[in-house]
Design a protein around this ligand. Structure first.
Ligand code: CP
Ligand code: NVA
Length: 321
């Protein structure tokens, strides 16, 4: 039984297979010849808001011949405290797969364990694997292999999106720089979990730089609060919201702390001349990105959003060959 619970638990080989197959799904969308989900019902169980993930999975499941069933977690007994493992055992007897958006990573893992059906993480507080696979697909569609390239993430470096980027860099062999204030950088233990062969801290007047090397792939992860350093020569500038879902109570403090960690014209000047700007969306102009830079990169950013559909169809067909 295959699941997509995280990029941490997905092999490089499987990531590459999904990325390659997504090219075919995108090219052949009009023909719509592959129906691996024929006769199947897949539930989307969401405890958080969603536009892109919900619609791309509902449409994707439909296009693969299956029937999507959207369940707002608050409308089912789960929202009133029925345990995950009981919900999983009930749904596992009726449906063929599940796509889950929730808070704790352990909830998705528990669902997969007890349901006995393929389970996809559609965002937890810890990872957003479908997003980062789609981002890498989008980069490669426009610029070729991501291996050896420099991806600079700007903003809240400890949330789900940069964490999935870390596991991708460790496996696919590119350099990920995370530019974030010290309190918004991922914990060092995560670099070890990702398999870092060497972690080195360099003290500088502008703030320390932590570098992790991943010998098996040639990947690197750099953590720094120095935005100028992080953006230098970048191939891709990437950002996400400063206030992730579930963190609303910290909004005032986060906006204060992360102020300045923005993608804008001045930052773009430091990157490579052909730098791409991407954003997982939704975007908050004037916070993590300015209006002018967002609109100038809109063609890339909305291709990135569309590619969720093609990549997730490749994920679904990888789970149900
Ligand atoms: N990027 C993303 O996952 O968007 P939604 O929250 O709209 O699904
Ligand atoms: N980090 C964001 C991603 C939204 C797609 C959040 O969790 O809200």
């Amino acid at each position: 039984m295959k699941h997509l619970l995280s990029l941490e638990s997905m092999s490089r080989k499987d990531m590459e297979a999904v990325l390659q197959n997504a090219v075919v799904f995108k090219a052949q969308r009009k023909d719509n010849r592959q129906h691996p989900l024929a006769g199947q019902t897949w539930a989307l169980i969401f405890s958080k808001s969603s536009t892109r993930t919900r619609v791309s999975f509902e449409v994707g499941i439909h296009e693969l011949g299956g029937q999507p069933l959207f369940l707002n977690a608050n409308d089912i007994q789960l929202g009133r405290g029925e345990p995950i493992k009981d919900t999983a055992r009930v749904l596992g007897r009726m449906i063929h797969g599940a796509v889950i958006r929730t808070f704790a990573q352990s909830d998705v893992e528990e669902f997969a364990q007890f349901s006995g059906i393929p389970t996809i993480n559609a965002l937890t507080d810890h990872e957003h694997p479908c997003q980062i696979l789609s981002d890498i697909f989008t980069y490669q569609e426009k610029r070729g292999p991501i291996q050896g390239k420099v991806v600079t993430f700007v903003g809240d470096g400890a949330c789900n999106v940069p964490i999935s980027w870390i596991f991708a860099a460790a496996k696919l062999g590119f350099e990920l720089r995370i530019a974030a204030p010290k309190n918004y950088q991922p914990p060092l233990a995560l670099l070890e979990r990702a398999g870092a062969s060497h972690v080195h801290t360099e003290a500088r007047p502008e703030g320390e730089i932590i570098r992790a090397d991943f010998r098996s792939s040639g990947g690197k992860v750099v953590l720094t609060s120095d935005l100028t350093f992080a953006a230098g020569g970048a191939d891709l500038l990437y950002t996400d919201v400063w206030v992730s879902m579930g963190k609303e109570a910290e909004a005032v403090q986060r906006i204060k702390d992360l102020s300045g960690y923005q993608i804008n014209a001045a930052l773009m000047k430091l990157a490579k001349p052909d730098v791409l700007v991407m954003h997982c969306l939704p975007a908050y102009r004037g916070k993590e990105i300015d209006e002018q830079t967002f609109e100038a990169s809109a063609p890339t950013i909305f291709d990135e959003a569309e590619n969720r559909l093609h990549v997730q169809k490749a994920i679904l067909s990888w789970l149900v060959p």
